[in-house]
Design a protein around this ligand. Sequence first.
Ligand code: COA
Length: 195
Amino acid sequence: MKYIETERLILREWTLKDVGDQVEGLSNFETAKNLTVPFPYTEKNSIEYITKHLKNDANSYAFAVQLKGTEKVIGGTSLDLREGEYNGGIWLNEKYTGKGYGTEVWMARAKFAFEVLKADKLENGYFEFNNRSKHMQEKIGHKTVGKSQKFCPALNRDVVEVLTRLTKTDFYEALQSTKLQAVYDKIKILKPKVD
Ligand SMILES: CC(C)(COP(=O)(O)OP(=O)(O)OC[C@H]1O[C@@H](n2cnc3c(N)ncnc32)[C@H](O)[C@@H]1OP(=O)(O)O)[C@@H](O)C(=O)NCCC(=O)NCCS
């Protein structure tokens, strides 16, 4: 089921056909060191994750990120409601980073959360050495709200996580940038909610 379309990407539900692409993306150390996914990331891990997230529900959205015009899944993103707060993450296959896809996905996720789910803020974070994620988040309006520690399986140690928050107001303020507004204008919500 397709949920969101951006200029170059489709955000849709996962299917078991995506196992190969998910393993390709997440078994890479350079990607996994920024995440809390199991490492090494195996086919078994992928089958477990996808089986759990085959259907979205009102408290948990998981999207495979597919490159338009192809069947290729280049990443994933999620949006979970826990104790009244929206959390979740994003990853892209390293081969597809640095081309603006992350910003497209992250903005699509925010638009869905604010306009469809009526969230007023999103809670996130990034490991303190992850300057790319920091930059991507700050660009669309995330503000630092604290610090925490998380275990990173790929690094096999605790890592300092910078905690961030994106309010609806800060997101729409960030859209004053013409470049971001152009990305935002091309984001189409195809399926508003779970039935
Ligand atoms: C983080 C991630 C989703 C970003 O996606 P992406 O497609 O690479 O990001 P984009 O190309 O949209 O934007 C990245 C921005 O960071 C900038 N950037 C790249 N490397 C950087 C660095 N080392 N320091 C600071 N900024 C950097 C880019 O110039 C770009 O900014 P611009 O649009 O103003 O030019 C992706 O790199 C990824 O999946 N990384 C591995 C997993 C991960 O870190 N997930 C997030 C966990 S919090």
